[in-house]
Design a protein around this ligand. Structure first.
Ligand code: FMN
Length: 326
């Protein structure tokens, strides 16, 4: 079918899309062409019943992918009109993007686009170099432009409350055998990386005691809450909040999270997302109460200066996201 996009342009779009972060690296999206119009579809066949029972993280992931896709279309020089959840969630269409004429990308868009290939989850300790107030302010502003509040957690009491909740969640997940089985199924050994186009590469999740930074496995050593609090205090921690908890909110949280992450990478920072604890209803509601949050927490993000390289994760083939013989 004629798509109105050249093969090279299609590749630019698909490569930007495939680089987006996603829960357990499931990459739950497909790209379709309707003439020049793009349709981003959610792959609902990819389910994580124990990590993400309601599909909230899957939608947040699709939101992050939408950000990448929009940036790629803009870098190709088109003005865009995006409609999100056009069928009010009744179909699997996450968004449609129409091009409405030529328009060169802005500097901000070029910077963000160039950060797509350099972004990756950094779950190790940071270098210790402080992140400035100005940099934190810029990250908060990036999320705010998408209508999402990225609330910093800095005060000692709040950090201790979060440390308590993370410790509680870590212990709950360690004893949840079904959860651990699902996590193991989505974790791939490094020698299998080339064969797999999805899933968590084992080397990207340190086996040691980093439960606040990564995914808690049965063998993860969970440090004492005071140690956790001290580690949290050395990082820039943001809670992403939306005013409601609908599909729209999840999608917009993902868009905001990815804009923020790309801006951070452009500033030389690295980071990782944490949603695992928020899937325990008691932890999510205690976080709202303890921190008196004015909205629904969708994700936590930690940022800092990296002290080493970001390990690569596998990606699906372009054919698979396009659903064609590209
Ligand atoms: C909605 C969402 C939830 C995520 N939850 C977690 C999490 O709880 N813990 C974690 O270590 N990484 C989490 N991640 C990061 C993904 O595991 C990561 O993006 C994916 O493995 C791809 O790797 P990359 O970010 O290096 O490209 C999450 C990502 C998204 C988009």
């Amino acid at each position: 079918m004629a798509t109105g996009w050249t093969r090279a342009e299609t590749e630019v779009l698909a490569r930007a899309l495939v680089r987006a972060p996603s829960v357990h690296n499931i990459q739950p999206w497909r790209l379709e062409f309707d003439g020049e119009r793009l349709l981003l579809r959610e792959r609902r066949d990819l389910e994580l019943p124990h990590h993400d029972p309601r599909g909230r993280d899957r939608l947040i992931s699709c939101g992050a992918a939408l950000t990448n896709l929009e940036l790629a279309v803009r870098v190709l020089g088109h003005r865009i009109r995006t409609e999100t959840l056009p069928d009010a969630g009744r179909s699997d269409v996450i968004a449609t993007i129409e091009t409405t004429g030529p328009l060169p990308p802005t500097d901000v868009e070029l910077h963000r686009y160039s950060a797509i290939a350099r972004r990756g989850s950094y779950r190790r300790p940071f270098s210790g170099r402080p992140v400035s107030r100005q940099e934190i302010g810029d990250l908060i502003a990036a999320a705010a432009r998408k209508g999402v509040e990225a609330r910093p957690v800095q005060d000692e009491l709040e950090l201790s409350q979060i440390a308590d909740l993370l410790e509680f969640a870590a212990e709950a997940y360690q004893h949840d055998r079904a959860y651990q089985r699902e996590l193991a199924m989505w974790t791939i050994r490094d020698e299998g990386l080339r064969r797999h186009g999805a899933g968590l590469a084992e080397s990207t999740i340190p086996a040691g005691s980093l439960p606040w930074a990564g995914l808690v496995r049965a063998a993860t050593a969970v440090p004492d809450r005071r140690v956790l609090q001290r580690r949290l205090a050395g990082e820039t921690l943001l809670v992403f909040l939306t005013i409601d908890d609908s599909a729209h909110d999840h999608l917009h949280a993902g868009r905001a999270l990815q804009d923020t992450w790309l801006d951070a990478v452009d500033d030389g920072l690295a980071g990782s997302v944490l949603t695992q604890p928020l899937h325990l209803p008691e932890v999510r509601s205690a976080l709202c109460d303890d921190l008196e949050l004015p909205g629904f927490p969708q994700a936590l993000m930690r940022f800092g200066y990296p002290s080493g390289l970001i390990p690569p994760s596998p990606r699906r083939a372009i054919d698979e996201i396009l659903g064609t013989g590209f």
